[in-house]
Write a protein that binds this ligand. Structure first.
Ligand code: ATP
Ligand code: MG
Length: 463
């Protein structure tokens, strides 16, 4: 990467680009103007500029400036400084946060989110370490607070398309690295040497997939080439940071496509190793089909502005691994609840060292899965208590998904659909008329009926 030369940017004047101030958040403009009036340079940067050029509404607005974090605190009352590895100013306006970063002189991962120093493996100990900057022996940046100028700042950004600056001084767009052409060609091209940049921060591999899925961009060949080879570097990323990235990949409206790309580059295997291992074994392959359908449904909900929950997502992501664990612990055709619970816990425990799932999602996820066998018990008034369970809705949606891939009886799913629509007296009459039955889990190898159905549907080979 070339940080020693200071190239001149291509400056695209206001009249020659499509960004209109009306499309920029009023709060972001307030921050930009206040900085400018105080005599600082101030630019809108990153995803917001990219999205505005693409005609998409930006998710958030980031600002880059030559004001230092302490200057920011003086200028903005509603400002908080965050991050150790990477100092940032957050300016709060009600629900909206405008993130302001001081220009930096060297390549650095932008985010602090979920960064847990405790979770770093011991081989991540710094080999270069000073107050401002620390790098481990693999070249991974642990801390970076060396401030610089805009023409230094640009080299630490990830993709050309993410490295455009919109200048509040005259509303021009500054392009140092061919970002405008990348956006026109709809491609992601890493700035600098792709392999070195992935080594500095392996999360950039997930970002490549995320933006390719979100924007429908191609990944330029030299940027794409190292992905498969370097996928294992994700193993050294703090699991809490991978949790944040996982949510962005799967809960932003393009999860199905992100999943296909993660599989294509062998990245998924390093995020959810046990799930990936289960998906290739015949008895559990349907769990992958559930995941794919679940992701399509989730995308539709996000696009329709409906709520989506990490709880359901992780249930679908881990179900295959849970079933496999249960079988390997010797559960027979009708595994009991204790075996299911044990399997959930074993899978969750192993998962924490990759993508850490916070307890507030892990606990309800386990409840959701533990309710699955209870759907099989329909005889007697007690069975109706399931309808009152706080996790009923999510567990019922999960049952529908199982029925959709032939892993649960469609008649069972219809029963639980129907029973929700009728008055209590009719429910009681229905459950009293049923003979007693066992509460089996679909942990055993699939029944003949399920196999037939799966074949008709064409199976679920990874794409
Ligand atoms: P989104 O639409 O998801 O907000 P974004 O491009 O704005 O996309 P952010 O994570 O908000 O992404 O980061 C803002 C900008 O900071 C990016 O556009 C990029 O220039 C830079 N950046 C963020 N993370 C990294 C990273 N890990 N490595 C290099 N540059 C990064
Ligand atoms: Mg952003």
């Amino acid at each position: 990467m070339n940080v020693s030369t200071h190239p001149q940017p291509l400056i695209i004047p206001r009249s020659e680009h499509s960004i209109s101030r009306a499309a920029i958040s009023a709060n972001a403009l307030k921050v930009l103007y206040r900085l400018k009036e105080a005599g600082y340079e101030a630019f809108l940067v990153g995803g917001a500029v990219r999205d505005l050029l693409l005609g998409i509404t930006p998710k958030d607005f980031d600002v880059a400036t030559n004001a230092l974090p302490d200057d920011m605190r003086r200028l903005f009352r509603n400002c908080r400084l965050i991050g150790r590895r990477f100092r940032l100013a957050h300016v709060h306006f009600g629900n909206e946060i405008i993130e302001v970063a001081t220009f930096r002189a060297a390549a650095a991962p932008e985010r602090e989110e979920g960064d847990d120093p405790e979770a770093d493996p011991s081989d991540a100990l710094p080999v270069e370490d000073s107050e401002e900057r620390a790098v481990d022996h693999r070249g991974r940046i642990l801390r970076d607070n060396i401030y610089g100028t805009i023409d230094e700042d640009v080299w630490r950004r990830d993709f050309g398309a993410n490295a455009l600056y919109y200048n509040v001084e005259d509303f021009s767009v500054w392009d140092f690295v061919g970002g405008v052409a990348d956006i026109r060609e709809r491609r992601l091209k890493m700035i600098g040497d792709p392999e070195a940049r992935y080594r500095e921060d392996p999360v950039r591999m997930l970002r490549a997939v995320r933006f390719a899925a979100k924007l429908d961009f191609s990944i330029e060949s030299s940027t794409e080439e190292p992905l498969g080879r370097l996928a294992h570097l994700l193993d050294g990323v703090p699991p809490a940071r991978l949790f944040d990235e996982t949510l962005k990949l799967f809960l932003s409206g393009f999860g199905a496509k992100a999943y296909r790309l993660l599989r294509r580059y062998g990245l998924f295997e390093h995020l959810f190793p046990r799930s990936a291992a289960a998906f290739v074994l015949t008895p559990y392959a349907y769990a992958q089909e559930m995941l794919e359908i679940g992701l399509v449904n989730t995308d539709e909900r996000v696009i329709a502005d409906k709520a989506v929950t990490p709880t359901f997502l992780f249930a679908v992501l881990l179900w295959g691994a849970v079933l496999r664990e249960m079988n390997e612990q010797g559960a027979g055709h009708a595994p009991d609840l204790a075996q299911l619970l044990q399997a959930c816990d074993a899978v969750l425990k192993a998962q924490q060292s990759r993508v850490a799932i916070p307890r507030r999602f892990a606990v309800p996820m386990r409840e959701l899965l533990m309710l699955q066998p209870r759907f099989n018990r329909r005889a007697g008034v007690k069975s109706l208590s399931l309808l009152q369970h706080p996790r009923f809705r999510a567990a019922y949606d999960f049952l529908l998904l199982r029925a959709q891939v032939g892993a649960a009886d469609p008649e069972l799913a219809q029963w639980w659909t129907h029973i929700q629509t009728i008055p209590q007296e009719e429910r009681v009459a229905l459950v009293q008329a049923r003979p007693a039955e066992a509460a089996a889990v679909d942990g055993a190898p699939p029944a003949a009926g399920r196999r037939r159905r799966r074949r008709r549907r064409g199976g679920a080979a990874p794409k």
